[in-house]
Design a protein around this ligand. Structure first.
Ligand SMILES: O=C(O)c1ccccc1NCC(=O)[C@H](O)[C@H](O)COP(=O)(O)O
Length: 206
């Protein structure tokens, strides 16, 4: 099965079900303005209950690198996902445990990606929506994700994926991994067990 990250986890039961169904990674949002923001103490609590071989990713937006390091240590994060305007040099401080997110609207948004080669272990391609930094539930033109493969950095496809469109996304783009959040929610940060089950059922064999 394609590697799957379930992002914006805020509840123990959602983490447990996602992992039981086969999620390879779960994401916690440490960006205060997000409706999916997770306090450090709660993140630690969820993290400590996870079995081995599941990666825990912390999502940050233009956060101070020292604060990121402290949170990463406290929560035992496996990867840092940088979702703001972080430069290649900021990313490099966390290499190889770092993923850089790019919000994509058109071909111009791909131009900066090569500068990150060798400084991040993957890029996450998400949808550009004015005034929103992530978790938009909107899809971008997947032909741009296919074009981004030429940079030779593993691609995590995100943005508006849900149990209905995920098979077509994986077949069209063949990304390294996929990332979902709002497409499997009933409210921000609250995953829907039925949608989670539908997602992994549909991904079987991919
Ligand atoms: O989800 C958020 O609220 C969020 C806020 C600020 C920065 C990043 C955020 N999410 C990061 C993710 O990795 C999401 O899973 C990604 O944007 C895809 O979201 P969706 O379109 O809802 O599947």
């Amino acid at each position: 099965m394609i590697r799957v990250k379930i992002c914006g986890i805020t509840r123990d039961s959602d983490a447990e079900l996602a992992v039981q169904l086969g999620a390879h990674a779960i994401g916690f949002i440490f960006y205060l303005k997000s409706p999916r923001y997770l306090p450090i103490e709660k993140a630690r609590e969820i993290r400590q209950k996870l079995p081995p071989f599941v990666n825990v990713v912390g999502v940050f937006v233009d956060e101070d690198p020292q604060t990121i390091k402290e949170i990463a240590k406290l929560v035992s994060l496996d990867f840092i996902q940088l979702h703001g305007k972080e430069s290649p040099w900021v990313c490099e401080k966390f290499f190889p445990r770092v993923i850089k997110a790019f919000r994509i609207k058109d071909e111009k948004d791909l131009q900066k990606i090569p500068d990150y080669k060798g400084k991040v272990s993957a890029i996450l391609l998400d949808t550009y929506v004015k005034g929103e930094l992530g978790g938009t539930g909107r899809v971008f033109d997947w032909r741009l994700a296919i074009k981004a493969k030429k940079f030779g950095i593993p691609i995590i496809l995100a943005g508006g994926l849900n149990p209905h469109n995920v098979v077509s996304a994986v077949k069209s783009v063949s990304p390294y991994a996929i990332d979902l959040s709002s497409g499997i929610e009933i409210a921000p940060g609250v995953k829907h067990p039925f949608l989670l089950k539908e997602l992994f059922k549909n991904l079987k064999g991919l």
